[in-house]
Design a protein around this ligand. Structure first.
Ligand code: PLP
Length: 624
């Protein structure tokens, strides 16, 4: 458990069973209803679905929605807050129909609503939302069509708010509401001066691209007054950014926004809703610190700090407590999905067999490199590292100019890698950091080739170096003896993972087990439910993976509630404008020409066409 830190990042949802398999628990605080991921792998495979597969656990989504709502409700009760909490789920974080459907289903008991940022998202939300007590927050750029739909939603009894992202939106909102005769609920997004640290926080601060600055806010209030429409101004919103690791940044933003809220009430706006956006972070590395992939607070602290901060401002200015809205998406869905994949092959880094002594006729440079190898000790590793690189490059240069042959070059590379390996061993004995030698371990790590695409399934790992917990899902009673980096099957040099979570620092290798001959070895990438599915792309034409939804029952059995087959080869080709039917016709003509040219027999054509057509129907990933 300690090796992979599952207790730290698992939030009570993931643990290790007595027989060394990763278990998923139906709820945070109770592991009586739990299933082994290996059981699910067997069940899924028996039904004919191949790896990679994305599992979505209904129970975890249900539990996360309850946890957030209960935490806010408890904080409000304890602090005697007079308003309520109404969470909304930002559809952009995972727009899959099943996710939105489950959020609305599990959220109903708390009137948990939705936040949308575009027309497709609004239409998706309206097709699934039933709860008229829940909020429907419309952010993003809005054209007439968008506004008309939102106004109709208001007419049908939904608590639908238009949040102005810029001053020019007011005209179109007022114009359409006059034409349709429907009073809008207007919200304003403001730019705060507060700006948070972290990966995804460019949405905050004075220079953020969305929202109104304070002078635009005042102008908007004046225009609403002029038009006699100030009674439509009901909500104040800001979004500081996603994954805010430091609670201090959250607190100072809430204080600033609440001051603005109080001023708007004093201006005579009815208000009533304070929407604090997203930002609630996920502790991906389990360190509970203000690193970008972590957070230095718990969900309970987040809720009580917010409630306390809002009260501290409003109580001094005698303003009634509003409904507090937050738009937490990441923390709602991150735990929900787990990507499982199998290891296809391993390139092991092993010490080479090299002689004790060199032949006298070896070239000068190879002798020099060999001397470096022989002279390594604890005190000279940096010097030996520099020298080894220098001689290796010299030898490569000589090869380019035809001054040594391929065999000698191959031999020199063996000496070089043994030298690096020796330096890495010595480095382990030294406590102080050696910045130049930081990446040494990953350079001599084994490469585990795995059946998935980083670009399709965990794009943030490639795009912004986000860390996700990755670990084997079985054999966890055995000590893993190999140090590995992970390569996907896209053949892109960026299609790799060589940074892994650690509570003290980032690791450059992942401890993995030796592959037993012929046995399957499965790894899981955890906490991938937020953002990864829609941001994933078709690099090298690896398509959507198979998706299976799992419900864990109270007796520890599980049901596969929904299966969505991943993209076939024909599917992905049609995304890039190929027409699979046309492709078959063309290829048949090519085969016919090959018969005419005497390259294949007539009877071969049937087998060749069968292979082509079955390839088109097949999964884009490596099939067994
Ligand atoms: N609300 C808005 C307006 C956003 O842009 C985002 C995403 O960045 C969110 C909410 C979701 O925030 P989080 O990822 O912190 O849950």
């Amino acid at each position: 458990e300690e090796l992979y830190g599952i207790k730290n990042w698992g939030a009570g949802y993931f643990s290790i069973s007595g027989d060394g398999e990763v278990m998923v628990n139906a709820s945070k605080d109770d592991n009586t209803a739990a299933v082994s991921l290996m059981d699910i792998v067997s069940g899924v495979r028996e039904r004919g679905l191949d790896m990679p597969v994305l599992l979505r656990f209904e129970n975890l989504l249900d539990s996360q929605i309850s946890f957030l709502n209960n935490s806010f409700n408890k904080a409000m009760k304890k602090l005697e807050y007079k308003g309520e909490y109404r969470g909304v789920y930002p559809v952009k974080v995972n727009q899959q129909q099943q996710v939105i459907e489950e959020v609305t289903k599990f959220g109903q008991r708390y009137h948990h609503g939705l936040e949308v940022g575009s027309k497709p998202e609004l239409i998706a939300a309206l097709s699934l939302m039933q709860d008229k007590e829940a909020c429907l927050i419309c952010n993003g750029y809005k054209d007439e069509e968008f506004i008309d739909l939102g106004l109709y939603a208001v007419k049908m009894g939904f608590k639908c708010f238009f949040v102005m992202e810029n001053p020019s939106e007011l005209d179109i909102i007022l114009d359409r509401s006059k034409t349709l005769g429907i009073q809008p609920n207007i919200g304003i997004r403001i730019k705060l001066s507060a700006k948070a640290g972290g990966h995804w926080t460019d949405s905050g601060g004075d220079r953020s691209i969305f929202g109104l600055n304070v002078s635009q806010l005042i102008e908007t209030v004046d225009r609403l007054k002029e038009k006699g429409m100030l009674d439509c101004l009901k909500l104040l919103h800001y979004h500081l950014g996603s994954q805010i690791p430091n609670i201090r940044d959250i607190r100072s933003a809430v204080l600033e926004a609440t001051q603005v809220y109080a001023e708007l009430v004093k201006e005579g706006a009815p208000m009533g809703y304070l929407d604090l956006g997203g930002g609630l972070a996920v502790d991906y590395d389990g360190s509970n610190t203000n690193y970008t992939c972590s957070r230095n607070y718990s969900v309970e602290e987040y809720c009580s700090d917010i409630v306390e901060a809002v009260m501290s401002v409003l109580d001094t200015s005698n303003v009634p407590h509003p409904v507090i809205v937050t738009e937490s998406g990441r923390s709602t869905v991150a735990y929900y999905s787990v990507l499982l994949f199998n290891v296809l092959d391993v390139e092991k880094f092993e010490e080479y067999d090299i002689p004790e002594q060199l032949d006298d006729n070896a070239s000068e440079q190879i002798k020099n490199l060999f001397d470096v190898h022989k002279s390594i000790n604890l005190r000279n590793i940096q010097e030996c590292y520099n020298d080894a690189l220098y001689y290796r490059d010299e030898i490569r240069d000589m090869f380019k100019h035809g001054r040594i042959n391929l065999r000698d070059r191959a031999f020199s590379e063996k000496i070089f890698w043994n030298t690096i390996n020796q330096i890495a061993k010595e480095k382990k004995k030294i406590k102080k950091p050696l910045p130049d030698l930081e990446d040494l371990e990953s350079a001599i790590a084994d490469i585990y080739y795995c059946n998935f695409s980083v670009f399709q399934s965990i794009p943030d790992s490639w795009a912004i170096d986000q860390l996700f917990p990755i670990m084997p899902i079985h054999r966890l009673l055995e000590l893993p003896k190999r140090n590995a980096v992970i390569a996907d099957i896209t053949c892109d040099c960026d299609g790799k993972i060589d940074r892994f979570i650690d509570i003290h620092d980032v690791r450059t290798t992942l401890p993995l087990h030796d592959m037993k001959n012929g046995d399957d070895y499965f790894l899981g990438a955890f906490l991938v439910g937020a953002y990864q599915e829609t941001l994933g792309d078709l690099h090298n034409l690896f398509g959507d993976t198979n998706v299976v939804s799992v419900r864990i029952n109270p007796d520890g059995t599980y049901d596969l509630v929904k299966e969505i087959q991943g993209d076939s080869v024909a599917d992905v080709l049609s995304y890039v404008e190929f027409d699979p039917k046309d492709m078959v016709v063309r290829f048949r003509k090519t085969a016919e020409a090959a018969i005419r040219d005497g390259l294949i027999k007539t009877s071969d054509r049937r087998e060749i066409m069968r292979a082509f057509e079955s390839g088109l129907r097949g999964y884009t990933y490596y099939e067994r």
